[in-house]
Design a protein around this ligand. Structure first.
Ligand code: PEP
Length: 251
């Protein structure tokens, strides 16, 4: 039985005051979350504050990116060991905004995946097709290519210590959610591809859905057999909405 993971991706949002308020709200309602594991992936600069607020609560914390390198002359970068030093459990790698806006490649994402696992944390590995790719009918080829980059670099067993987030790019931040059936089809496809390498890994790996999941649509998405939680952008910025999504996994 896979325990779903609901992770908030705050992206580049927040202030010290709003972070405090949001965390207070999430922690206040967390005892009503019965089944899902819960985490927030926050801007680097708030990690120390988030860590001290969430220490001792059931809510884990993490980052949204990491360097491909371990240390040295990489101005502006943050190493995996630094995130571990602040108690991060999760690090998002390969988010589509980073792939698109910062030209991250499959190989670069795979390298980051390895940095995160080597430091003892869990990568939340994002993959998904653009609208143009979906319309061209190449969704399966795209997610296979993205998945293979990690498997080729680290072996299929590396997926055992990570979480996959299927995020159709056309659904991220657009309010346009994949239907539960559309999402389920790709999740099942991804699990099937992994099973070709290793059935045990395929059965155990968490595959989250991400893309305009919200308080209204979470329950039906999370009810699908291969959807093991969600990576939540916009709706993770409001404690009530985020908690409603977390509680939707109770059923
Ligand atoms: C995301 O940023 O990973 C995401 C899914 O965003 P949103 O929920 O806002 O679509």
């Amino acid at each position: 039985m896979r325990t779903p993971l609901i992770a908030g991706n705050w992206k580049m949002n927040g202030s010290r005051a709003s972070v405090k308020e949001l965390l207070n709200g999430v922690v206040a309602g967390i005892t009503e979350v019965k089944r899902a594991a819960v985490a927030v992936c926050v801007p680097y600069i708030y990690i120390p504050e988030v860590a001290s607020r969430l220490q001792g609560t059931p809510v884990a914390w993490g980052a949204q990116n990491v360097s491909t390198e371990s240390k040295g002359a990489y101005t502006g970068e943050i190493a995996a060991a630094m995130l571990m030093d602040f108690g991060c459990r999760y690090v998002i790698v390969g988010h589509s905004e980073r792939r698109t806006l910062y030209a991250e490649t499959d190989a670069g994402v795979a390298k980051k995946y390895g940095m995160v696992t080597a430091a003892g944390m869990t990568p939340i590995f994002c993959l998904g097709e653009t609208l143009e790719e979906r319309e061209r009918g190449v969704t399966e080829q795209v997610v296979t290519r993205q998945l293979k980059a990690v498997i080729d670099m680290h072996g299929v067993k590396a997926l055992q210590v990570g979480v996959i987030a299927y995020e159709p790019v056309w659904a991220i931040g657009t309010g346009k959610t994949a239907t539960p059936q559309q999402a389920q089809a790709v999740h099942a496809y991804i699990r099937g591809r992994i099973a070709e390498y290793d059935k045990t890994v395929a059965a155990a790996v968490l595959i989250q859905y991400g893309g305009s999941m919200n308080a209204q649509n979470a329950e039906e998405l999370l009810a699908m057999p291969d959807i093991d939680g969600g990576l939540i952008g916009g709706a993770s910025l409001k404690a009530d909405d985020f908690l409603t999504i977390c509680k939707a996994a109770n059923r």
